[in-house]
Design a protein around this ligand. Sequence first.
Ligand code: PAF
Length: 287
Amino acid sequence: MRFYDHTMKVINSIDQLRECLAEHRKEGRTIGFVPTMGALHEGHASLVRRSLEENDVTVVSIFLNPTQFNDPKDLERYPRTLEADCRLLEECRADIAFAPTVKEVYPEPDTRQFSYPPTDSVMEGAMRPGHFNGVCQIVSKLFTYVEPDRVYLGEKDYQQIAVIRRMVADLGFKVEIVPCPVVRQSDGLAMSSRNTLLTDEERATAANIYRIMKESCTLGLTVQQTHDYVVEQINAIPGLEVQYFSIVDGDTLADVASWDDAPSVVGCITVFCGQKPIRLIDHIRYK
Ligand code: PAF
């Protein structure tokens, strides 16, 4: 049962967060955690609602983590919407929004190195060197502040979940990882904070990414043929350019050559969309 007895608290300091959560823990309440970088949308709201259903207290962190951006321009243009984010979390009836400053989280530069190949070295790991190291730095810090019973992570960032699973096993965090399905617009475009950077026309074009991946599931092709089909069809659409499309073991993220190579097989894609261009990621489960 959830803890309804107050309006949402917005907390900026780690000490205050710890104090507040210690009270809840003393009362035997379970803690669900939704880490975010803000610019919240319906996809995040679905994670928050799931946490509210399954825990007594739900903490949502809003922290645009600089260490996971290998491209300073990408960090600079990332949408920042703290007020609207807090309104959405109030509406969802989250219990605590934790929105620390960079100085609070990184009083000293974080020099820790994490390495969980192949999960963090392929796909996004290869395209954005240091990205998953930054994700592990911040998520491990947040886990030590919040000590959640469960963490809710969107499958939109499929690879991120695989990396965080390895980190949790490695560092022995006692947290249950709850992967949550991608929330899509009615045309199939995966909800993403980056979508706000697209024009209406670009958004409509971007919907082809999921449409084509879905279509590829129905054609009875080999792994290689499926790969080539998806890449060729998407690249044929003006305004879209595939950066990579990898068909991988859904657990280890190692490449597969045949559908029988792994119990679960997933296609992970990154596409450049539009003029700026904006990098969009998505995935499809083949089995
Ligand atoms: O998925 C995200 O929004 C971020 O990578 C996370 C998990 C909040 C860490 O900054």
